[in-house]
Design a protein around this ligand. Structure first.
Ligand code: ADP
Ligand code: MG
Length: 402
């Protein structure tokens, strides 16, 4: 057994190399190059390259505070353990859809993993109008397998409860509870939006119909411990090439509603869809790319339901699994939850803390405001109408404003 760090120290580009040599990830005599490449808000990401062989490694280390805010916002290091454990568990079900994990260290709050520098972040690719023909198949399969196998449909309820004790994640959940489910619906200091949007935002704060539904969605997030969710499945947490996709960064993982992961992915596709209104000038090209995004949502849902159904039929647990109508009921609940959560995510990314580059990067301010106004309308539309959704086509109708 190797000795791990006995106390936590945040790494530097020098100390992380010493650590990798001491832990035998890299030969002690190797010449190495190291840089910190993290563009994230909460952690360090080091890329380490052995000069002679060209072999590379990534070390992701949690900081005891949120990097974006500074040391004034302390944040548990335990999220690194949750991220490492979650990636390793996902690798049991869909190894080709997560980075290889070479090792984890709870004291150093670090995960040593496969370097995916040859991949592109999906958000960046979509902003540039790139298409990924297998994306829907990959993400549909990812969510079906990771969520089914950690739910009461795939595990004995007692096994699931024991597993859930390893993924108790109150501090990261609080970030979501506040920034996604609460603050945008009130005049809260974390909100950030241009003053031109104030009339729309005030209307939202005074919208009792919307706020009642927002309260119900927050309650779902707080109480629906369905499966081990990723917890932050946006397009910046997915690395892609034309042929391959890898889901990273499950530090927000906990036992929550299945629809939250589904909805997060849909929301980010919808945000990109909205942003293309101001990005692609040529109408034919724009329509075509927006149709592609809609197709990804539809196909992801179809793959998810097909895979989930297969797992249910082959491995479903409990005496009710074969009861006619039960699977359909479960899938419809997941879809309705996903539609509502997608609405939360869209509103949050428009007026709450932490924006998306898809919309924020639109240079023309008037066009950007127009997209932001449409985003608020779309988010509201999804939240208040979710209970009428029973097929993915109903969701698409809501996205299109019908
Ligand atoms: P955070 O939780 O701080 O947002 P992420 O896991 O999203 O951290 O990583 C931040 C950035 O670091 C990513 O956007 C990506 O650019 C880079 N990165 C993370 N993991 C890898 C990896 N396995 N291979 C290559 N780059 C990575
Ligand atoms: Mg993160």
């Amino acid at each position: 057994m190797l000795t791990k760090q006995s106390t936590y120290n945040s790494f530097t580009t020098i100390s992380v190399v010493d650590y990798l040599k001491q832990q035998k990830y890299i030969h002690e005599n190797s010449l190495v190059e190291c840089e910190e490449i993290g563009d994230g808000n909460l952690n360090y990401v080091f890329r380490v390259k052995e000069t002679e062989t060209g072999r590379t490694l990534i070390v992701k280390q949690a900081l005891p505070y949120a990097k974006v805010v500074g040391e004034s916002w302390p944040l548990t290091l335990d999220r690194a353990r949750i991220e490492g454990e979650s990636l390793k568990l996902a690798a049991k079900f869909v190894p080709e859809l997560v980075p290889g994990v070479y090792g984890t260290d709870d004291v150093a709050a670090a995960t040593v993993m496969e370097d995916l520098s040859a991949y592109t972040l999906l958000r960046k690719g979509l902003i540039e109008g790139e298409r990924y023909p297998n994306l829907a198949e990959h993400i549909g399969r990812f969510i079906a397998h990771t969520l089914f196998h950690t739910s009461d449909f795939g595990l004995e309820p007692s096994e699931k409860k024991v597993l859930a004790t390893k993924f108790v994640n109150p501090e990261l959940c609080k970030i979501t509870e506040d920034l996604v489910f609460t603050d945008p619906f009130f005049d809260h200091e974390t909100n950030e939006f241009p003053e031109e949007l104030l009339p729309e935002v005030e209307a939202l704060w005074n919208d009792d119909e919307l706020k009642l539904e927002a309260a119900k969605l927050k309650q779902l997030f707080l109480t629906k411990s369905e499966a081990l969710i990723h917890g932050d499945l946006h397009t910046g947490s997915i690395f892609v090439t034309r042929d391959s996709s890898k889901v990273i960064d499950p530090e927000f993982g906990f036992f929550g509603p299945i629809g939250f992961d589904v909805g997060a992915f849909f929301a980010n596709l919808i945000l990109n869809h909205l942003s293309q209104e101001a990005r692609i000038e040529d109408e034919v090209k724009r329509d075509s790319f927006q149709d592609y995004l809609i197709q990804v949502i539809v196909e992801t849902w179809e793959v998810f339901t097909a895979e989930f159904t297969k797992l249910w039929v082959e491995n479903g647990k409990g005496p009710f699994i074969k009861v006619a109508g039960y699977l359909d009921y479960v899938l419809r609940q997941i879809l309705q939850d996903a539609v509502g959560f997608a609405g939360n995510k869209i509103i949050r990314r428009t007026i709450g803390l932490a924006k998306v580059e898809d919309i924020n990067g639109i240079e023309d301010k008037e066009k950007r405001l127009e997209v932001q106004r449409r985003a608020l309308k779309t988010g509201r539309h999804l939240i208040v109408n979710r209970s009428q959704v029973s097929t993915v086509q109903n969701l698409i109708q809501l996205v299109k404003g019908d």
